[in-house]
Design a protein around this ligand. Structure first.
Ligand SMILES: O=C(O)CCC(=O)C(=O)O
Length: 265
């Protein structure tokens, strides 16, 4: 699989055509369709908006078979959400394929979030964290209006149980299988002492999100990508840990958006 190239500071902005899967290409969608097996582009529909462009080049990534390819992503119903009770009052809610047509949102976030490399001290050295990140603080507008609607939908659904809104959005961009995040709980702020929720929307290629009890024990594996929602709740951040492991499997990029309440990180 070709190594992808992301121009975080483009030398010369390029206006490239993009198909509905966000593949940047000089090939017109019509020629791509004529020369590419339909199996690789299930439900191929070119973006109708001629002004839609991207400035980043990344490898083609196969969208989920459940992902409906439309120019307008849509927010699904949370009525079918499934809760898994964990130990010690922790739980996980899952709503697979909650956002359909999510590839359009994925492309927009990859192109427009001001991604940063995070650096962390490890013993005597400062190392790059293997993923790109950005954090939208409380009160800061989200980079795409759909994300605001998504957060409102989460607020409506969890209002009674959570008792407060989701107010921040952490963004992580896993460029390929060598990007990852190690085992941790989100224990900065109130989540170190109180039950709370962290709602994660995953876009792009699916990666496993692993969960294990903090003291050790059997881990659980949830595959998340392509508009899937996973919400960690109850004592999950204090009593369980989660991670996105590296993989040598060829995987395309994934973006995760974590919605959190006030003073939870
Ligand atoms: O990528 C994910 O879904 C997990 C992100 C995460 O755990 C974090 O940034 O704290």
């Amino acid at each position: 699989m070709p190594k992808h190239r992301v121009s975080l500071t483009p030398v010369r902005p390029r206006r490239l055509k993009a198909d509905c899967r966000g593949r940047a290409s000089h090939i017109t969608p019509a020629t791509a369709f004529a020369t590419t097996p339909k199996a690789i582009f299930p439900g191929y529909i070119p973006l109708s908006d001629p002004s839609y462009t991207i400035e980043h080049v990344f490898p083609s990534h196969q969208a989920s078979l459940f992902d409906v390819c439309t120019a307008e992503p849509s927010i699904g119903d949370l009525a079918g959400i499934q809760r898994t009770a964990l130990t010690d009052g922790a739980w996980v809610d899952r709503c697979p394929n909650w956002i359909t047509g999510s590839e359009v949102l994925f492309d927009d976030l990859v192109a427009h979030v001001p991604w940063r490399v995070e650096r962390r001290r490890m013993y005597e050295r400062v190392v790059n964290v293997p993923r790109l990140v950005y954090f939208y603080e409380e009160g800061v507008p989200l980079p795409n209006p759909l994300l605001t609607r998504i957060r409102e939908a989460l607020d409506r659904y969890y209002a009674r149980e959570l008792g407060e809104p989701f107010v921040t959005a952490g963004m992580c961009y896993y460029r390929d299988g060598s990007d990852s995040v190690a085992w941790h709980g989100d224990r900065i702020g109130r989540s170190s002492t109180e039950d709370t929720m962290v709602a994660i929307l995953s876009l792009g290629d699916a990666r496993p999100l692993m969960l294990r009890p903090r003291g050790g024990g059997q881990s659980l594996r949830f595959s998340v990508g392509h508009g899937d929602l996973l919400v960690m709740g109850g004592s999950c951040q204090r009593t369980w840990e989660h991670c996105v492991p590296k993989t040598s499997r060829p995987v395309g990029p994934r973006v995760s958006i974590q919605f959190r309440p006030h003073n939870v990180r």
